[in-house]
Design a protein around this ligand. Structure first.
Ligand code: G6P
Length: 372
């Protein structure tokens, strides 16, 4: 059955390995002749989709970081403001909902009580709701106006991995579908984005190939007490996700920061030997952002931090400044996070394994939190 580990040492390893298929299967049936058509969205009617002037995403945990990643692309493609609210905060902040607000929930299980209550609250306030969910027939999609299912297959390990990349994929399909209906992105650019999406599975496959190198790194770092993660733009939520994975699995203090925030506080945490993962955006997308992140690396390196850069393989500028470079294939600027998250997931899993911990069932956590 799908809930069988097969020959794998853990469900988590099996599920990380399934990430190319999680993306590929989520794209299937939603791309026609090089353009995005999500049948599930057509149920909401093009008039409504055209009029949407605000998107609020509600989610918890890893799903909320998938939401944060997607805000950059959806705003850029569909020209609609998108904000992400933690589901358990949403209800108590008197949210602004109008007839042209779309509320998008993201939940792997479709049973997270905090997220379900946020969706119900949104509906009471008159919002139209879409559920992005990995579990057919779960409560949240049933309580929503429409559902875009992710096709990652059953996820058994408590820490979410393949569902995360499938969620970003579904959100990007939503963004491109809206861009088509609203006519906010020229057809040629939409097609280029579709081609980028279709190239993601093979690029994740490449990232899976750096596993041994990351295992070695994790073994060296088995006694580490604290790890920091820095990222900018779409790399920022990936820094947050990398830190969450490490907390969940290896019980190590970990924090993710926006790289630009470094000098506004976090740099005070840098002391000799502290490992810092830096997600480096490719210079081919923005030389300016790249330069700023390289200068962050220099600042923390000068204070003795141990820098592990997650960077595009052809990015030679990073080599002199980082202690370790994890090379990734070039991907479009919005697509980098789908690739860059993979080594961070592997790192958390291997560090937990190096400490002799159960990577599928971390202490105190539940796969699906069905209480508020
Ligand atoms: C729990 C899990 C997390 C997950 C979160 C949201 O806290 O331990 O891994 O990200 O719930 O779950 P959902 O099923 O709503 O995506």
């Amino acid at each position: 059955s799908a809930a069988d580990k097969g020959g794998w040492s853990s469900f988590m390893l099996k599920e990380i390995t399934e990430e190319p298929d999680a993306v590929g299967d989520t794209l299937r049936e939603r791309i026609h002749e090089g353009d995005v058509v999500v049948p599930e969205l057509e149920e909401l009617g093009d008039d409504f989709l055209r009029d949407i002037d605000r998107i609020t995403i509600v989610a918890a945990g890893t799903a909320s970081y998938a939401g944060q990643v997607s805000t950059y692309a959806i705003e850029s493609w569909a020209r609609v403001p998108v904000d992400v609210q933690l589901a358990h905060e949403f209800r108590y902040r008197d949210p602004i909902i109008t007839p042209t607000t779309l509320v998008v929930s993201i939940s792997q299980s479709g049973e997270t009580m905090d997220t379900l209550m946020a969706v119900k609250h949104a509906r009471e306030l008159g919002a139209r709701t879409i559920s992005i969910c990995n579990t057919q027939g779960a409560t949240i999609p049933r309580e929503s106006d429409a559902a875009i299912y992710t096709h990652a297959g059953p996820e058994v390990a408590v820490a979410s991995t393949k569902a995360f990349v499938a969620q970003i994929t579904a959100l990007y399909l939503l963004g491109l579908h809206l861009a088509r209906v609203k006519d906010t992105l020229p057809a040629g650019e939409r097609r280029a984005m579709v081609a980028e999406l279709q190239a993601v599975p093979a690029k994740i496959g490449f990232a899976l190939g750096v596993h041994d190198r990351i295992t070695q790194l994790a073994h060296w770092m088995a006694d580490t007490r604290s790890v920091l993660f820095l990222g900018r733009h779409v790399g920022y939520p990936i820094a947050l996700e990398g830190a969450l994975k490490l907390k969940e699995l290896a019980y190590i203090h970990a924090e993710g920061f926006a790289a630009g925030e470094l000098k506004h506080g976090p740099i005070a945490l840098i002391e000799p030997g502290v490992p810092v993962f830096v997600i480096v955006p490719s210079p081919r997308h923005s030389e300016e952002m790249h330069r700023k992140v390289i200068s962050n690396i220099q600042e923390i390196r000068a204070r003795g931090a141990r820098v592990i850069a997650v960077a595009e393989q052809a990015d030679a500028a990073v080599l002199p400044f980082a202690d370790e470079v994890i090379p990734l294939p070039l991907a479009g600027k919005f697509f980098e996070p789908l690739i860059a998250v993979v080594p961070l997931q592997i790192f958390a899993m291997e560090l937990a394994a190096a400490k002799g911990l159960d990577v599928d069932q971390p202490r105190n956590l539940a796969k699906s939190v069905t209480v508020e």
